[in-house]
Design a protein around this ligand. Sequence first.
Ligand SMILES: Nc1ncnc2c1ncn2[C@@H]1O[C@H](COP(=O)(O)OP(=O)(O)OP(=O)(O)O)[C@@H](O)[C@H]1O
Ligand SMILES: [Mg+2]
Length: 328
Amino acid sequence: MALLDVQELQTYFHTEYGLVKAADKVTFHVNEGEIIGLVGESGCGKSVSILSVMRLIPSPPGETVGGKVIFEGKDLLKYQPNGREMRAIRGSKLTMIFQEPMTSLNPVLTVSRQLTETLELHLDMDKRAARERAIELLRMVGVPDAPRRIDDYPHQFSGGMRQRVMIAMALSCNPAVIFADEPTTAVDVTTQAQLLELMKDLVTRLNTSLVIVTHNLGVVARYAERIYVMYAGRIIESGRSEDIFGHPRHPYTVGLLNSVPRLGERHGTRKLIPIYGLPPNLINMPQTCAFLPRCTEKIGKCEKEPWPELRAVGDDHYISCYVDIKGK
Ligand SMILES: Nc1ncnc2c1ncn2[C@@H]1O[C@H](COP(=O)(O)OP(=O)(O)OP(=O)(O)O)[C@@H](O)[C@H]1O
Ligand SMILES: [Mg+2]
């Protein structure tokens, strides 16, 4: 059984322009100790999906209106977002590393206080034990001179070091799943690679599951064992990393892969083809497949039938598409 099983999750936002269906029947699961990737263009609903799992959707304007989030045999959607049960899980068993660390680290508290607070709260440690553990965590994520640096404030750390502090915080209570939402966009590429390697090493060593949320296909190719591709609030293809990259079956995934350079590819050996058009506005979405206006593979059925449900096209490989582009 999956460690975390998200089924048909629906989160909508009520805005002055209309109802935004940001996550519309999003289904994915995370196995123990596994690294998965959630990819898709900006605005397709990646962050909303994981924030819904964490019960962190601001309400109003947001509302999770349907689905199930099964964790340790319980449906988290049955809990109050700020109730006792969710507070016990969030930040300890399910944790998050956010896009921009300066917005999630508290600027007026020392790093020590931010780390020890969680340890005291969730693991019931006394002050001294919490401080020792916090120093150990900082060492683990490669913060040099940890016993001294722990008393610094977040602004005294570089961007890369702040990300390391965030990773330490996310790991502090031995979580089951860490969600890393574009964990590395705020730092340069060398630091980005180091941080991803660090996260991979740590989660592998600690047998923690990691969900990497990104629009960078290179990142998921390198780190994720399984991949979920999102488009306009839905998962449109999922499968093992090698199948998604080696044999993509949804025209959108094919388009995504054709539009970015691949690792190790010699310059000029393949023409990059962009996906023409724009992602749809998530307000007043058509009943038909949302990729239809941009799709080069569409058939008559696509114009008439509703957006198809996910269907199996291989071992652990699913697409929501009427067209089978196998072999193309
Ligand atoms: N608080 C909010 N109020 C209204 N709409 C929102 C809110 N938060 C998110 N949305 C909408 O939900 C949709 C999905 O947003 P989301 O942040 O999940 O995208 P994303 O895939 O994470 O994009 P990015 O790659 O840019 O981070 C977008 O259309 C966005 O405008
Ligand atoms: Mg996002």
